[in-house]
Write a new protein. Structure first.
Length: 508
């Protein structure tokens, strides 16, 4: 199986000539490759990635955003892993299973509770996921509530925890006689990290130095020179829920860690006595700790042994990674979804469409195809109804060339397919859809100029030929019309008081 791990410039190192991939994503790729899976890192740039196309890593590709779809389609990818949900929209084939690493989304989601439009946007992106991973149990339960709103069926196996300890492995280095500190340049509050260097310089008589690790290729060299790792950060929701990968890499190498009080990392090192915590807002805390470590080397040695011990114990927990490997070997789309957030919109849909839909929450409608055979005003009304009932769905509009206007106004989430014929015919519709996409549609809608759809047999048969799971008409008076008797009872209950079409044969 071929797995593509997608990141963008914001998640990539800014230095030229190095692996421009987020550290956690790179580690995931290494472990997947060790399981004999083919892995390619795709780094997306909005401008030409100068000086980053010539590198020694054949499994890293730098792609311009506008070229992504074409190059992606030629790669034969079986599944993708993304760490930022906004990157999912780049995947041109909706049939490809998507694995989302949620560990990067804490900050994006934690601050939008009062913003309904942002909630719908986040939920819309989460719905596109088929397998989820995160880095801690705290993150897991935080995201479980969001996925429930998204429409996923809750279970303990919905999200799998892949600890950064399991990713980093154990790489215990020789202890250093000289008190030397290592810090990643991009971690936490930059001013605090650089401020630590200033304190070290100011402490006369303290034989210590700080080495900044520039990127992942400098990691081994930087850690090998150090006796203590430094990971300072603000007390945010993100830092409270998960230990930074940088801190994990230090602990796995046998380095005790200096970190911020009140964070997940701080609680962790205090619990296992594998480091020390400081208040980043109290400058003297750092100075006093540095002096203490210089005067008492045995304190560092004790913390170092504890760091080695806890890394060894945590490294054994590979259950989440085993689940990820199993999924990557047989990737499938997640089908057991509902329109979770739509239960909040039922009152609006009743008012707008006169529908009684108590079971709307149990419908999973992601892909909709609309057969446009009427006026554009009629189409606008239909799209408005779709936005109310299924606001997170993707819509494809099939438009005959003879009804096309010069500049049709189609919403951003809608795709317009020009149908070459003047009249819808089943086989021509099948051919047109096959040329444009391999999408399978959950709901098909035909527009009718009258109340019951009389005289629209070719459109009805073409709709049935589209393969949509549910098939309805949308009449000129803005009512939905059931088109087949075999549809399951649930949807019949949702579209209450709809008109029957007498004498219509559902078979082609």
């Amino acid at each position: 199986m071929h797995i593509a791990i997608i990141s963008d410039r914001k998640e990539s190192s800014q230095n030229n000539g190095i692996i421009a991939v987020n550290g956690r994503l790179w580690k995931l790729g290494e472990r997947l490759r060790s399981a004999r899976l083919r892995v390619t890192h795709l780094v997306v740039h909005s401008t030409n990635p100068k000086n980053q196309t010539n590198h020694e890593y054949s499994n890293v590709k730098y792609l311009l955003k506008e070229d992504f779809s074409k190059q992606f389609n030629s790669m034969g990818v079986d599944a993708v892993i993304v760490r930022s949900i906004h990157l999912i929209e780049l995947v041109p084939k909706k049939s490809i299973p998507v694995i989302i690493d949620l560990s990067a989304e804490i900050m994006n989601i934690a601050h939008i509770h009062s913003d309904l439009s942002s909630q719908i946007r986040i939920i819309s992106e989460l719905r596109k996921g088929d397998f989820f991973i995160c880095s801690s149990e705290q993150e897991k339960w935080f995201f479980m509530s969001w996925l429930q709103q998204t429409g996923f069926r809750l279970s303990a196996d919905l999200i799998h925890v892949i600890s950064d300890f399991a990713l980093c492995g154990r790489d215990v280095l020789q202890k250093q006689k000289k008190l030397t500190f290592a810090a990643y340049k991009s971690v936490g509050k930059t001013d605090d990290v650089y401020g630590l260097a200033a304190f070290i310089d100011a402490l006369h008589g303290v034989d210590a130095q700080l080495h900044f690790i520039q990127d992942c290729t400098d990691k081994t060299n930087g850690i090998s020179k150090a006796s203590v790792g430094v990971v300072l950060s603000e007390t945010t929701i993100e830092s409270q829920m998960a230990i930074p990968l940088e801190a994990v890499s230090f602990l796995c190498a046998g380095l005790p860690v200096i970190c911020s009080k009140g964070t997940a990392c701080g609680r962790f090192v205090e619990k296992y006595n594998a480091g020390w915590t400081v208040d980043v807002n109290v400058a003297n805390d750092i100075a006093q700790l540095l002096k203490k470590l210089e005067d008492s080397p045995q304190i560092i040695e004790t913390a170092r042994k504890n760091a080695c011990k806890v890394a060894r114990e945590r490294y054994k927990d590979t259950n989440g990674f085993d689940a990820l490997i199993s999924f990557c070997r047989k990737p499938v789309k997640y089908t057991d979804k509902r329109d979770g957030l739509l239960s909040n919109l039922i009152d609006y849909s009743e008012k707008a469409l006169n529908l009684n839909n108590p079971l709307l929450n149990d419908l999973y409608i992601e892909e909709i195809i609309v057969f446009h055979s009427s006026s554009w005003e009629h189409l606008d009304k239909c799209l408005e109804a779709i936005d109310i009932l299924f606001p997170m769905s993707n819509v494809t509009v099939l438009c005959p060339i003879n009804t096309l206007v010069e500049e049709p106004l189609i919403a951003p989430h809608c795709t317009l397919i020009i149908y070459e014929g003047d009249i819808f015919e089943p086989q021509m519709v099948v051919d047109a859809l096959a040329e444009s996409s391999d999408t399978r549609y959950d709901l098909g809608i035909a527009l009718f100029n009258n109340r019951f759809g009389e005289g629209y047999e070719p459109v009805k048969k073409s709709l049935l030929a589209s393969g949509a799971k549910y098939k309805v008409g949308f009449s000129i008076d803005e009512k939905f019309i059931m088109l087949e008797d075999s549809i399951e009872k649930a949807i019949s209950d949702i579209f209450d008081n709809v008109a029957e079409i007498q004498g219509f044969n559902n078979s082609l």
